[in-house]
Design a binder for this molecule. Structure first.
Ligand code: SAM
Length: 216
C-alpha cells in the first residue's frame, strides 16, 4: 500500500510523540520508551493501524510498536491514534522504517512476538526475498526474537500463504498452528482482531489464512 504523497505527513509525524524518530539509538533500550518492562510486540507493515491500536487497547500490559515503510500510510495510523477511541493509550508507538533494518533497531530477544498481516505478496519469483515470510526475513526475526518467540501471519493470498508454510519449514522453525479459513476456525479465531485488509477481503467472501510459527 502506498498512498499519494501527503505534504503534511513528515511534519505531523515529526511532531507526534508516538512516532519514534531515532529508532536505532534505542536498540536494547526500548523499555525506556514505555517506562515499564512489559513485553514488546511489533507489527511489520502495519498499514493504517486498526489491528495494532485495537491490540494495544485490549492488552494494556503489553507494549506494541507498529512498523510501516511509508510515512503517508503511517500518518493514517497516527490520525487514528488521535481519535477519542485510542488517544489515551500509553502502550503503543510507531516507527517509519523498512523491516530489513530490524536487527539494527532491536537487540537480541528484545521483541516477544511479531505480527505480519496481509503482507505484500511480491508475486514475481525474483522478488521472493522481499516477502516478509521469506527465509531471509525469518533470519532477521531470529535476531530480535527470543528462542521460541512467535510470528503470527494472516493473509487472504493463498500462494503467499503456501510459500510461507514452506519457508517456515525450510528455516527450521516449527508450525504451532495454521488454517486456510480463520473465520471458521473457532480455536484460532478466538479473540481475533481484524485488520483493514482483513475486513475488506473477508467482506468480499475471501477466506483468511493464518499461521503461527515458533522461532527455532
Ligand atoms: N497490515 C495492514 C492490514 O492488514 O490492513 C496493511 C497491509 S498492506 C497490504 C502492507 C503494508 O506493509 C503496506 O502499508 C506496506 O507499506 C508495508 N510494508 C511492506 N513491506 C514493508 C517493509 N519491508 N517494511 C515496512 N513496511 C512494509
Amino acid at each position: 500500500m502506498r498512498l499519494r504523497n501527503i505534504p503534511r505527513a513528515e511534519d505531523t509525524l515529526q511532531a507526534h510523540f508516538t512516532v519514534i524518530k531515532n529508532p536505532k539509538e534505542l536498540r536494547g533500550n526500548w523499555s525506556s520508551v514505555f517506562e515499564n518492562t512489559h513485553p514488546i510486540r511489533i507489527e511489520i507493515g502495519m498499514g493504517k493501524g486498526r489491528f495494532l491500536l485495537n491490540m494495544a487497547k485490549t492488552y494494556p500490559n503489553i507494549n506494541f510498536i507498529g512498523i510501516e515503510r511509508y510515512s503517508s500510510v503511517l500518518l493514517r495510523a497516527v490520525e487514528k491514534f488521535d481519535t477519542d477511541e485510542f488517544a489515551d493509550l500509553k502502550n503503543i508507538r510507531f516507527v517509519c522504517m523498512d523491516a530489513r533494518e530490524l536487527p539494527e533497531v532491536f537487540a537480541e530477544s528484545e521483541i516477544e512476538q511479531i505480527y505480519l498481516n496481509f503482507s505484500d505478496p511480491w508475486p514475481k519469483a525474483r522478488h521472493a526475498k522481499r516477502r516478509l515470510t521469506s527465509t531471509e526475513f525469518l533470519a532477521r526475526y531470529e535476531k530480535v526474537l527470543p528462542p521460541q518467540g512467535l510470528v503470527e501471519f494472516k493473509t487472504d493470498n493463498t500462494p503467499l500463504f503456501d510459500f510461507s508454510l514452506e519457508q517456515v519449514k525450510e528455516a527450521g522453525w516449527t508450525l504451532q498452528a495454521f488454517t486456510y479459513d480463520l473465520h471458521h476456525n473457532a480455536e484460532l479465531n478466538h479473540g481475533n482482531i481484524m485488520t483493514e485488509y482483513e475486513e475488506k477481503f473477508s467482506s468480499k467472501g475471501n477466506p483468511i489464512n493464518k499461521l503461527i510459527a515458533i522461532r527455532k
